[in-house]
Design a protein around this ligand. Structure first.
Ligand code: NI
Length: 193
């Protein structure tokens, strides 16, 4: 249940830089079992799930009215960790209205924003505290936590843009964010070969 807000009047909210929390809001949570097919190492997924079902990420939405003139905003928190050698990440999505852009401003943590368009152009931008990343229209986007603390980002986009997760789900993004000798590397996703 989201806290009710009056979107016809101005309001002010304080987001926690470290946790993304806003007073009274409930987050939407994504655990590993809800993302089974999204990490490439199925054995590593199963091994982790035998010991529990870790929270991979969560996000706070504020229930903005889905009208063209409104802006939806909130925070996303991707936790540190890996599945095999693949960093914890969000599911990622296109906007249902493909032409709608988005901004991600990092409040804390370290990571990467992976982006790709339907034609296969791939881009990435580093997420670091203070940096605002512009996701252009038509680009799917996914946050990857490459650090050791929660990656907390503030996002804002056109409120009626919608989320299309289904296009990403069968094959994932074209690039995988992996750790090699303690460093982030991007590798081609074999499902796109
Ligand atoms: Ni988005």
């Amino acid at each position: 249940m989201q806290a009710q807000r009056d979107w016809e009047h101005g309001f002010s909210l304080v987001f926690s830089q470290l946790s993304g929390l806003t007073g009274g809001a409930e987050s939407t949570k994504r655990t590993l079992s809800q993302m089974r097919g999204m990490f490439r190492d199925a054995e590593a997924v199963s091994a982790i799930l035998r010991g529990g079902d870790p929270l991979i990420y969560e996000f706070y939405e504020l229930g903005a009215p889905e009208t063209p003139g409104d802006l939806a905003f909130g925070t996303s928190i991707c936790y540190p960790g890996k599945v095999g050698d693949e960093y914890f990440m969000t599911k990622g999505h296109f906007h249902t209205l493909l032409d709608c852009a988005e901004v991600y401003h990092t409040l804390s943590g370290q990571g990467l924003l992976l982006m790709e368009n339907p034609e296969g152009d791939v881009q990435s931008q580093v997420l670091r505290p203070g940096a605002a990343v512009y996701v252009p229209p038509r680009y799917a986007h996914r946050s990857v936590n490459t650090g050791t603390t929660p990656l907390v980002t503030f996002f804002v986009f056109r409120a009626d843009a919608g989320h299309d997760y289904a296009t990403i789900e069968p094959k994932g993004f074209r690039k995988l964010a992996l750790e090699r000798d303690g460093q982030l590397v991007l590798r081609d996703n074999p499902l796109w070969a």
